[in-house]
Design a protein around this ligand. Structure first.
Ligand code: PDD
Length: 276
């Protein structure tokens, strides 16, 4: 058994995740985070559909069928007795000697999934939070949910250092999304959110909100908007798995609207909560 250096000790390489896992070395893989409410994974089919799309976009062949994956994830939630929390799942392109190009065809992708208990964020959803602005320095395929998250990590760290929940990203003057969530603004009773193109991840929560807005006849414009539009919006909120819908009351030093969660945001949150 080959040894590897791990925390100052030479240990059997087999005992830990393979250091030549391409997810580990290159971020060469895809992932999903699925919210679990009362023991039920929310919108699991939609997450798996997006996973399949991410796989196609990076030419990664899924090692099992979507229905097997679904069964296994449901089993995992049950076996772990998870009621509130998340499932994290990633599929890397496999473990192989480190060369940048794809490994040989006999190297199979590696699926890892685990669950983590997490409280619902009810208080912050009801009370709102603040955000900071930062330049979007990511690549041009933000629509793929890949393991490459360093720009997102740096942006979120900036938010945390400023006691904010999120970092809202902008490319030049255009607001795209946030480090780990989508961003909506409300102006004169209508919603605006960046179109689902290569500059944002088309969130499963975002898509559900679009459907909910349609059902309750709120007009949503999927159009790019500027930093100025964001700062002068009547309401701003972010959406993502498990964080659901969080009103943003301040961006950098600018108070948004009344400085309290807006009526439209509250209405959407109320609708969203009927899903679980
Ligand atoms: N992030 N945009 C980005 C960049 C994200 O990382 C996420 C989710 C979203 C919202 O997508 P969804 O509604 O499907 O969760 C938008 C997950 C939760 C994460 O990386 O932890």
């Amino acid at each position: 058994m080959a040894k590897m250096l791990y925390h100052n000790q030479l240990i059997d390489r087999e005992n830990v995740i393979d250091i030549e896992d391409r997810g580990y070395q290159f971020g060469d893989g895809i992932y999903e985070v699925i919210g679990v409410y009362d023991g039920n994974p929310l919108m699991l089919d939609e997450h798996l559909e997006r996973l399949a799309r991410s796989a196609r976009e990076v030419q990664l062949t899924l090692p099992s069928s979507i229905s097997d994956l679904k069964n296994n994830l449901e089993k995992l939630v049950k076996v772990n007795g998870l009621t509130e929390g998340i499932i994290y799942m990633q599929i890397s392109r496999g473990a192989a000697p480190r060369w940048h190009e794809f490994p040989n065809a006999d190297v199979s992708p590696i699926t890892v999934a685990y669950t983590r208990a997490e409280e619902r964020m009810t208080d912050v959803e009801d009370q709102g939070a603040t955000a900071v602005l930062t330049e979007d320095i990511r690549w041009l395929r933000c629509d793929i949910k890949t393991l490459n998250l360093l720009p997102n990590v740096l942006a979120k760290q900036k938010a945390v250092e400023n006691n904010a929940i999120e970092a809202i990203l902008h490319r030049n003057e255009t607001v795209t999304e946030a480090s780990a969530s989508n961003v909506f603004i409300v102006k004169n009773g209508e919603l605006y959110t960046h179109p689902a193109n290569n500059f944002i991840l088309n969130g499963i929560t975002r898509r559900k909100i679009l459907q909910l807005c349609d059902a309750i006849q709120l007009k949503v414009n999927e159009t790019a908007y500027s930093i100025d539009d964001l700062l002068n919006a009547d309401e701003v909120f972010i959406t993502a798995t498990k964080l659901d819908v969080i009103p943003i009351l301040k961006v950098d030093e600018k108070v948004i609207g009344s400085g309290k969660p807006g009526e439209i945001t509250k209405r959407i949150l109320q609708e969203f909560r009927t899903l679980y």
